[in-house]
Structures are given as structure tokens and as C-alpha cells.
Design a protein around this ligand. Structure first.
Ligand code: ADP
Ligand code: XUL
Length: 531
């Protein structure tokens, strides 16, 4: 028996998913039975606001008064690693059996380390916790995260310097985006040149967490590097023109890019002595969306994935790297080969929670109202821009309603969920014009009333897989696959882990789907006029 751990360092929490496999048998092609010798052994979640209140975050972040600058303390992510590993050990999991660990992290966020970092990472004392020992390695105590949208001018400068949005999208998979790492680094070097000069290494959240686990500088994988506007997508190497346009002398500050299955190093002595690991390998981490793709079992085109987390994302595998013609979506490298088309919405769970709270509901009440209202909402529409939106990019916040009375709780509940689903449908057409099946993950995927709306709006079956967090499962599967890669294909690696739960999810209803389809053109027009 072998254990593999996948972490998910997301916006609001750190999750660890532990899987058990018969690695050797699987490696020789004998499919093992689902639920028998292949199973999820444990899943533990550390919610930052609750477990680590000393960092003073709200939903895992610090937000400026105007809502445009959004950061998080990297020391909190490190502290959460100690907490979650302590919970695994205390739950009786023998970490000596772990062969490899990997991880998934919120994308785009960047961590700035000074010249003391390599020595501090290499000499961690297992007698004390991580965070105080690493307190002095940051040249910037707060990391900008994906919710930040304070860098519009930096995006413009970058776009101009590389010869335009089309060229940038063709080379890197996306036009310039405020949350992408290049714009964030550009802003830092421009506004805080001295602290930039004191920065020796700029990591993504993913490569930073991997560096802590192996006590040495870890690479970035192409999946997460695609969220930087800095990587030549077709060859997975830094695109020097963008690197030079971003900040002075940036190349030497960036980690190397290595394949998603590469081994960053052995797990550091700190983790062996403090938590009882043996000689586990640390497999290069990736972004949460690329990991969720794998964790939902999407290793080839055809099925849509939707993640209903803090952000809502809609994605699928594609074989070619050509970007979204409308320039509102992204193309990332997939950790399982090929590419990942993705569109991201900032108004995901945050918007659903705003509506829930505005009418004094809990999730049960929210779901009851959703199920009690007619599909198509009697024509009432809501464009749910409660915080600045990414798709389409909208600076102003505040929801836009049409034929919808703000005092009507039930129709506003349906309005927010249908609006989100219609936006997802419209903005996934460039890579998935028609779909039959959708696989869902994220906190809100537990809500079957929401899944029914997705099924009706997409006119497609929505299926759930057993482990709730596809991103941390995907990270665990990446660790398993990397360990057995010489003799195991991706379809062998995911077998038995990503099968749909029979009877769960939602099926489209003919009349409901027709009512939603009839609304789509009006919804598209409303979104356009509201920008
Ligand atoms: P992330 O990975 O981005 O940190 P999660 O995928 O863990 O986020 O999702 C957390 C969100 O899930 C919460 O903010 C909450 O709004 C949402 N959520 C949890 N339970 C429900 C539910 N029953 N119905 C709708 N949304 C829910
Ligand atoms: C994707 C994006 C978000 C974060 C959330 O481009 O910005 O989905 O990855 O963790």
C-alpha cells in the first residue's frame, strides 16, 4: 500500500486529501477495484479565518477600502501547513507510508523572498513551528492574490511593450489581466523599487508551498506558469520579451519552469522529524484549476468542468493552444498533457453569499427559495456584479437587475444563480459550444438546487464525483502519477478515483432548459449594456 497527499492552498482554506493505492499493481496495468484498494483515506480542511485568526483575514484575504487591492499573508499559508499536517498525524495517518506529496494553489498570487530564504528553508528546526522560522524571508509581507484588480495601468504598459493584446494572448494564452502575475510584479517594481531590489526570488503560491515542503527552491509547473502572462505557452519556457517588459532584471528572480510531474526534491527533514514522514518525494505543485481538471477526471476533451469555489470557473481540456478569439478566457497548460481552456468569474460564492445574507437566509433557506421559483425566473434577470468582475472585466461594482424587484427574495435568489449560470454558458462557447456532461466541484457543488440550475441552463447532465475537493484530489493524483509515471498512463492513474457518484447531480428538464435558452440573448445584451 502506498499513500499520496494532495494539498489545496486555496483562497479561504488549506485542504489535505490523502489517497491510498496499490501503486505497484497499478503500475503493471492491473486495474484495481474502485473503493477497495484505491480510496480516499482522509480529507482535512483548515479554514484560515477560523484556525488562524491572528492573521486578521476575512475569507482568507485583506481587502482595501475600495475593494481593488487584495492580498494575503504568505506566513498564514505556511502556518496552515503545520496545522493540517498536525491534524493528519493526530488522526492516526502513518505519514511514513507517504510516497509522494503534491499540491494545488490559488492561481496568479505571488510570493516575494529575500536573499535569506534559501538558508532559512534549508535549516528548519523541527522543534518549533514553521511560520516564526520563516518570518524574515519575505521581502513583501503581503502577497497580491487573484482577487486583486489594482493593476489596470500596469496591464496597459505590458500590452503596449509586447506589441498588443493579440500577440500577448497568442504567446501566453491570455491578454493582460490585472490579477496575472506579470501585472502584479510590474506594479511592485514600479511602486516599491527598493523592496523589489531586495527580492531575490518571486514564487507563485504553488511553487512557494512546494519550496517550503522540500526546503529548497522549487520549480513552477507549466499549468500555473500559464497564469502569469510570462510563459511562451507552446514551449513552456519564459517568454523573454514579456519578462523584460515586466520588471528590471526579472529573469534571475523567477524559478525554473519544469514539467508538472517533475520531482522538486525529497521532503525536508523538518517534516520527517516533526510529523513522521519517511522519504516522500515532493512533486511540483500546480494551480488549483489545472489540478481540479485532473481531479474531475478530465484528461481529454469532451466534458465540461465547473468549479463553484470562491471564484466560479468553467473549463475543459483542449488539444490546441489557440486563445479565446474574444480575449475574455484563458488557455493554460494541462498537467495531464494538452491544454486547458478556462473562463473565471470573480462573483462566484461571494455573490451567492451577498444575496443569501441580504435576505437573512442560510443555505437551506436559499436552496428552498431557489427550488420554489420557476426556471427563467418569470423573465427577471440579475447580472451579479457585487465585486469587480473579471469576465467581462468590470471596474464598477453593484448588481444590475432587469424586471426584478430587489425586495423579492425568492426571485433574487434565482436571479443570482441563473445569471451566473448564463454567464458561464455564454463565456464557455468559445471552447465548448455544446456539452452533454458537466462535472462539478467546489464548496457550492454540495448544493443540488444550484446544480439543477446549471443542468437547465446548459441543457446538460451535471455529475458529481465522490471526493468533494477535486483540486486537492487532483494534486494527490498528480503525486501518484508522477511516482508511477514510468509504467502508468493518466487514465490508469485516475481510474477508481474520479468516477461519478451514481444518482447524484442533476439532469436537465426539457421545459426548464427551453425557458433558460430563451433568456440567453437578453442576458447577453444586459451584460453588454451594463459594462
Ligand atoms: P475556495 O477553494 O475558493 O477557498 P471552496 O471551494 O472551499 O472555496 O468553497 C467555499 C464556498 O462554498 C464558501 O464561500 C460558500 O459560499 C460555499 N458553500 C459552502 N456550502 C454551500 C452550500 N450548501 N450552498 C452554496 N454554497 C456553499
Ligand atoms: C483563475 C482564478 C481563480 C483562482 C482561485 O484564473 O483566478 O480561479 O485560481 O483560486
Amino acid at each position: 500500500m502506498a499513500l499520496y497527499i494532495g494539498f489545496d492552498s486555496s483562497t479561504q482554506s488549506l485542504t489535505a486529501t490523502v489517497i491510498e493505492t496499490e501503486a505497484r499493481e497499478a503500475a503493471h496495468g492491473q486495474r484495481t477495484a474502485a473503493g477497495g484498494t484505491r480510496r480516499v483515506v482522509a480529507e482535512h480542511v483548515v479554514v484560515f479565518d477560523e484556525a488562524l485568526p491572528e492573521f486578521g483575514t476575512t475569507r482568507g484575504v485583506h481587502t482595501s477600502a475600495d475593494g481593488r487591492t487584495v492580498t494575503a499573508p504568505p506566513a498564514m499559508w505556511v502556518a496552515a501547513l503545520d496545522v493540517v499536517l498536525g491534524r493528519l498525524r493526530d488522526a492516526g495517518i502513518d505519514l511514513a507510508d507517504v510516497r509522494a506529496v503534491s499540491g494545488s494553489a490559488q492561481q496568479h498570487g505571488s510570493v516575494y523572498l529575500n536573499g535569506d530564504a534559501p538558508a532559512a528553508l534549508a535549516s528548519l528546526d523541527p522543534a518549533g513551528p514553521l511560520a516564526p522560522q520563516l518570518a524574515r524571508i519575505f521581502s513583501r509581507g503581503e502577497s497580491p492574490v487573484w482577487l486583486d484588480c489594482s493593476t489596470t495601468g500596469d496591464c496597459d504598459a505590458l500590452t503596449q511593450a509586447v506589441g498588443g493584446a493579440d500577440g500577448l494572448a497568442l504567446m501566453t494564452g491570455s491578454r493582460a489581466y490585472e490579477r496575472f502575475t506579470a501585472a502584479q510584479i510590474h506594479k511592485f517594481a514600479r511602486t516599491e523599487p527598493q523592496r523589489y531590489a531586495a527580492t531575490a526570488r518571486i514564487h507563485l503560491v504553488s511553487s512557494f508551498m512546494a519550496s517550503v515542503l522540500c526546503g529548497a527552491d522549487a520549480p513552477i509547473d507549466p499549468g500555473d506558469a500559464s497564469g502569469m502572462n510570462l510563459m511562451h505557452l507552446a514551449i513552456s519556457e519564459w517568454w523573454l520579451r514579456a519578462v523584460e517588459a515586466t520588471a528590471p532584471d526579472l529573469l534571475r528572480r523567477l524559478p525554473r519552469i519544469e514539467a508538472s510531474w517533475s520531482i522538486a526534491g525529497p521532503i525536508a527533514p523538518y517534516f520527517r522529524r516533526r510529523f513522521g514522514f519517511g522519504d516522500a518525494k515532493v512533486v511540483t505543485w500546480s494551480g488549483d484549476n489545472p489540478c481540479a481538471l485532473v481531479g474531475l477526471g478530465l484528461i481529454e476533451p469532451g466534458t465540461l468542468g465547473i468549479s463553484l469555489g470562491t471564484s466560479d470557473t468553467v473549463f475543459a481540456v483542449k488539444w490546441r493552444s489557440d486563445p479565446d478569439p474574444s480575449r475574455s478566457g484563458h488557455v493554460f497548460a494541462s498537467p495531464a498533457g494538452g491544454y486547458m481552456a478556462l473562463t473565471c468569474f470573480a462573483n462566484g460564492s461571494l455573490a451567492r453569499e451577498r444575496v443569501r445574507d441580504a435576505y437573512g437566509l442560510d443555505w437551506e433557506g436559499f436552496s428552498r427559495l431557489l427550488a420554489s421559483t420557476p426556471p427563467g425566473n418569470g423573465g427577471g434577470l440579475m447580472v451579479p456584479w457585487f465585486v469587480p468582475e473579471i469576465t467581462p472585466t468590470v471596474a464598477v461594482d453593484g448588481p444590475v437587475r432587469q424586471d426584478l424587484d430587489p425586495a423579492d427574495a425568492a426571485r433574487n435568489v434565482r436571479g443570482v444563480v441563473e445569471g451566473q449560470a448564463m454567464a458561464m454558458r455564454l463565456h464557455s462557447r468559445w471552447f465548448a459550444p455544446a456539452v452533454e456532461t458537466i462535472r462539478v466541484t467546489g464548496g457550492a457543488a454540495a448544493n443540488t438546487a444550484i446544480l439543477q440550475v446549471l443542468a437547465d441552463v446548459f441543457d446538460a447532465e451535471v455529475v458529481q464525483i465522490a471526493p468533494p475537493n477535486a483540486a486537492s484530489l487532483g494534486a494527490a493524483l498528480r503525486a501518484f502519477h508522477a511516482d508511477c509515471r514510468a509504467t502508468m498512463t493518466w487514465s490508469e492513474a485516475i481510474a477508481g478515483f474520479t468516477d461519478p457518484i451514481p444518482g447524484a447531480g442533476a439532469r436537465p428538464r426539457r421545459e426548464a432548459a427551453a425557458a433558460c435558452a430563451a433568456l440567453l440573448p437578453r442576458y447577453a445584451a444586459l451584460m453588454e449594456s451594463a459594462r
